[in-house]
Write a protein that binds this ligand. Sequence first.
Ligand code: C2E
Ligand code: MG
Ligand code: MG
Length: 745
Amino acid sequence: MGVRGIWKGFGGNTADPEDVSDAQDVAARIAAISDSDRLIMLDRVEDAQLAWFWVTDASCRLTYLSAKAVAQFEARRPLIGEPVSNLLQTICEDGNDESVKPMSYLLSARSSFSEQLVCLKGEENTPGGRKWWVVTGRPQFDKRQEFIGYVGTAKDITASYEETRRASRLAEYDALTGLANRHRMNGRLAAALTSSRMEKRSCALVMLDLDMFKHVNDTLGHPAGDELLRQVAQRLLRVAPNGAELGRIGGDEFQLIIPDLDDRGTLGDSANRIIQMISQPYSIEGSRAIIGASLGIAIAPYDGIEPAELAKAADLALYAAKGGGRGQFRFYSNDLKAKAENRREIEEELRDALVTGGLEMHYQPQVCGRDHVVRGFEALMRWNHPEHGAIPPATFIPIAEDSNLINALGDWALKRACEDAVEWPGDLTVSVNVSARQFLNENLPETVRRVLRSTGLPPSRLELEITESVFMGDIGSAESMFARLRKLGVKLAMDDFGTGYSSLSYLRRAPFTKLKIDQTFVRGCVQGENSGSAIIRAITDLARAMNMTITAEGVEAMDELDTMRNLDIDLVQGFIFSRAVRQADVMAKLNSGQLRYEPVGPSQYRAERRTLYRRVGVVHGDHHYVAMLRDLSRTGARIEGLLDVPIGTDLVIDLGEGQIVVATVRRSQDATQGVEFETPLVSDGGGGLCTRHRISPYRLASVGMPLQALPSGTHLAAEVTRGNGTRSRPRFLQVDVGGSASRAG
Ligand code: C2E
Ligand code: MG
Ligand code: MG
């Protein structure tokens, strides 16, 4: 029988159904195949690339390899005589899969292996790139059962293997930025949380959302938006903490998974670095753009155990960061849920207040630093809520900005302020705050023109106060808005200079007539090492060179006023002269003919202390007391509720939600103690303070609580420190701290 016939027997493409109908007949025919026919058959198999063959000697050096397989090695190196383990490597050797054994191990075991995925060593950088084979090997033994080498087959599967890899890459990575996509990040988060839970470790999740990205997309176009996202991804890769997994989970949202990090001081520093980095200007297809970033941070197991729970917590924190005015970070805390609901309520009620007349404009004088004569007033919005009383603009303006209500609110404020200002005598100016959202509205110049015409206020008496955030987005469109507004004849002031994305370069880009130095600089001027006044001097020199007037905001104390006078500041605005007052009060003052304001205030600014009144837990020995916390600062606080605690006593204070501080009593009188914290508190990103570390839910689980995210309340320290039932007498007498205070127990 010829090769053709045998081949038919193997189901080759010339097979005749009748020839293979009888299995016994086939077996008989195969048995009858001569050695030379077998060789011909092997040649056919090799030629058809159905399989290649390889043979080694007893030391596993290659003695034969099919010619077409040799060609795959680019025929650049000798193959015969080479150890097979120098030529082929299994995928464990490039660190992909540790469950697979290396080639040298497989061969030295002298057992069979089949369908082993290998790649050709040293061929990665050839034009064809990596090549992938599946190999099968069988050890061969002589009559005395001595190992004489391997015989095996190999097959090239590069094309299909690369295709599978490409498909799985597509499914896992974001095509635009190359970062992990939402699908992959979900998987990574689940894996990270499972392993951190097993090892009782922590894992931080950071949600990041770009501020003003939509604006760039709208003004510069989608290709520019895409380019911006790519650049953001590059910057994030540079600043992401070591060991962090970074992904883009949609639109302008990014996510970081940071295993083994629960120090909120370190996380806050990282968050600030990321915000700084993202906020630097971008150059995109010849245009310049600026965007910002808001970050929400949640940490497992404290804020959530399961992936969905942790992600929800980080989302809420992000929402709070955006609500806080953007360009900020926030840690998750239990009260954010209530706050998020509260925001929706405020939005509704603010809408009502606008139509039902619940809003008012108040006016704060801007006074000449030399003669204390008023030169104008800043219009500040006030909302007197029927139930909650006065709600500060710092709370409701960001909510209005988020809901687009800001345009209606801003139009109303502008109109009311101009109506009131025409009543003022002389050339007193009115300064109206314009939020970044309003500034982006194409119709703003038209609105201003209409209001000026309808009220009859000369444009030179209207000043628009704008913050640096208007430079966010595409700088070109900001510049053209400035030009349109200036053409109307109104003045432009840069508000809050020195906060946020401060950059002197903005000053050159806009025709500002005034620069308002933020309160934080005024404070810094008289406190500490006085670098504040050097900074203010530099800013004022620059502003003067550019023909701008300078206003200092938030002057409260005499020493601050003195400093401003020494620095030759043109205008001063602050409680030292007056708070913002109603139009009726402004008119009364102006009608009296007295345009001078007398400074009234403390001789020195009192260092800021947060006068919180908050219930906290205090643990001493095995006793749990209740106290009121006052004047919280980074390094200490005042507590009220325990009688006659000696100086030097160490207490454990439970600030709530697992925040425990060890504190030493430094001052003590009756039921009030001044305590110093062993470890200073850190910023919570929202102007508040928090502890770096919290009690771990694993720890709580070890004393019998269910493993869950930290609950609200100030009982956890007591839970952990609770003894084994035997109690000593309480050392201190618990006094009433308002309402339901109980005796120590
Ligand atoms: P701003 O434009 O920087 O206004 C100055 C803020 O500093 C006012 O707070 C004012 O009451 C406060 N201030 C003035 N002097 C002192 C002082 O001596 N000490 C202290 N501690 N504070 C002082 P207010 O009225 O709460 O407004 C907060 C922010 O809300 C404003 O900051 C402004 O950004 C925004 N805002 C207020 N009204 C409007 C409005 O009609 N439209 C827009 N878009 N934003 C507004
Ligand atoms: Mg202002
Ligand atoms: Mg300001």
